[in-house]
Write a protein that binds this ligand. Structure first.
Ligand code: SF4
Length: 504
């Protein structure tokens, strides 16, 4: 490998580390005489020092960007080393890595070099080489840049397993403020096109169990308009675009970018569906706005996943959190738990928040928080409750709820059985009865239950500053105020961890 290719690899792999929407392939293509197999291993992952999941060949096609998004390390005005691959360079590199068993797939994102279409064409050339010239059958996740033409989106979808269009910011207001060159309409339009194409091919799967029992591949199943959280910005174009299948040209147009293909296989458009990613903590939006936007994305576009990426400060800007702010990793974790409730537990975003409490409790998982706010709903009798009711009990998951229902058909469930069924009793016991008997103590008082759960989980000791007696610096802005809220405490603790215990 020559030096310049090595440099490109280093620069472009490093630039890709902030994109987290790479997990799980979810595709079933088997190895049929070609190279690679997307079914058995999915993408090879590794974990970076800050806890992010990174696939081994997770890379940008280019970091030369004509846009200037405030939060981004690759923005046009940033003073960073720049590089772009040639399509054949990246295709060769992928094959070499694959042959050496370094990777099982490719996660390919990109900045915007010259224009969205110019960049997408080069990405398409690279992916077409991999699929049609080299016969690569491994997993490919390709990023669609907002503003790319419909023909190119379709052609890339025919060679990639999964597509993602990053929404990046959860509200139209923050999009306008932090990424003014990105338009809401240019983000929704490709999302809608991808969903429409999947519906046409009856290949839409949707998120988790959110649409269980519903035929989401029915063309009459409307793509609902986005929730107003994202589009309420004055002047923002709220229309979801016109990405109709009927206006999409033949994928052959894109394939003509390379010579006659050596390998042919039955083409399916993005069989692993589409995902998106939101940056958390770059703007001022509440968790309620973030979860509502996620819910709208799931309902409107039947996304497989919405990923959250805690904002890592990369520069000093009056529009962004200070460079001293630690990435909000606990908040990111709680948002993933809330997302799980949306996708698998039948919760809606509105249920998880109140006007007075628009943010998730960092100390408790969102299901417990909801249960404590709705204590009148409990205790639930496990021998009578429906599946939906069982899933509302903190400590009861989908598997344990199913086991309870199955056992009830034979005989009544006893309290001693619950642990064996996978119920986490240190949480669940406060919210259920077994044949009429309550095991959570004397009273159903939220503060009392919260204290008991925090103690049992040891959550408080894990979240609050480890050592109150740490010597703080006179020169740090953080040294002039003590944490006032749990969020502040977590932020302070992360800052201490990041800086090796010193506030610098
Ligand atoms: S378009 Fe993408 S790469 Fe370019 S500045 Fe914005 S976020 Fe960064």
């Amino acid at each position: 490998m020559d030096r310049s290719l090595m440099d490109k690899l280093q620069i472009l792999a490093d630039s890709a580390k902030y994109d987290v929407s790479c997990s799980t392939s979810g595709v079933e293509r088997k190895n049929a005489g070609r190279m690679g197999n997307a079914a058995c291993a999915g993408i090879c992952h590794s974990w970076s020092a800050d806890g992010r999941c990174i696939s081994l060949l997770k890379i940008l096609f280019t970091n030369k960007c004509v846009y200037d998004c405030e939060y981004c390390v690759n923005r046009r005005s940033a003073d960073v080393e720049r590089a772009s691959f040639e399509p054949s360079e990246l295709a060769d590199l992928t094959m070499e890595f694959y042959r050496r068993n370094y990777i099982e797939g490719l996660f390919l994102s990109s900045a915007v070099e010259h224009s969205p279409d110019y960049t997408a064409e080069r990405i398409l050339q690279c992916l077409s080489l991999l699929r049609y010239e080299y016969g690569f059958a491994g997993y490919i996740h390709a990023k669609i840049i907002p503003g790319v033409s419909q023909e190119l989106i379709h052609a890339i979808g025919m060679v990639a397993d999964r597509l993602s269009v990053n929404i990046e910011l959860p509200t139209g207001e923050s999009l306008q403020r932090l990424a003014p060159q990105k338009k809401v309409n240019a983000i929704f339009s490709p999302m809608k096109q991808i969903t429409t194409t999947l519906i046409e091919q009856k290949a839409l799967k949707g998120p988790g169990t959110m649409f269980k029992g519903k035929n989401i591949n029915n063309p009459l199943h409307d793509l609902q308009p986005m929730g107003k959280e994202l589009i309420q910005t004055e002047g923002a174009d709220a229309d979801m675009g016109d990405g109709s299948l009927y206006q999409i040209s033949s994928p052959k147009e894109g394939h003509s970018l390379i010579k006659e293909p050596r390998y042919k296989y039955k083409e399916r458009f993005a069989p692993a569906g589409q995902t998106t990613q939101m940056i958390i903590g770059a703007g001022t939006e509440t968790d309620r706005q973030i979860v509502k936007t996620s819910e709208s994305l799931y309902r409107s576009f039947k996304m497989k996943r919405v990923y959250f990426s805690a904002y890592v400060p990369v520069r000093n800007s009056p529009l962004l959190p200070s460079l001293f702010t630690a990435p909000p990793l606990v908040r990111e974790h709680r948002l993933y738990q809330a997302d799980w409730l949306l996708r698998f537990y039948g919760f809606s975003a509105d249920e998880m928040f109140t006007d007075a409490e628009p943010n998730l409790d960092l100390e408790l998982d969102p299901k417990i928080t909801w249960a404590l706010r709705n204590i009148h709903y409990f205790p639930i009798e496990v021998n009578k409750a429906s599946m939906e009711e069982l899933l509302r009990i903190p400590g009861v998951g989908t598997t344990s709820a199913l086991r309870i229902i199955r056992q009830r058909k034979v005989c009544a469930v006893k309290y001693e059985d619950l642990k064996k069924m996978g119920v986490v009793l240190k949480r669940a016991r406060f919210f259920l009865t077994c044949s009429g008997k309550y095991y959570g103590g004397k009273d159903l008082i939220p503060e009392y239950i919260k204290g008991k759960i925090l103690k049992a989980d040891g959550i408080k000791s894990r979240l609050l500053p480890i050592n109150d007696e740490i010597q703080i610096s006179m020169f740090s802005p953080e040294s002039f105020h003590l944490p006032a809220t749990p969020q502040d405490s977590v932020s302070l603790q992360r800052s201490l961890e990041t800086n090796g215990g010193l506030l610098i």
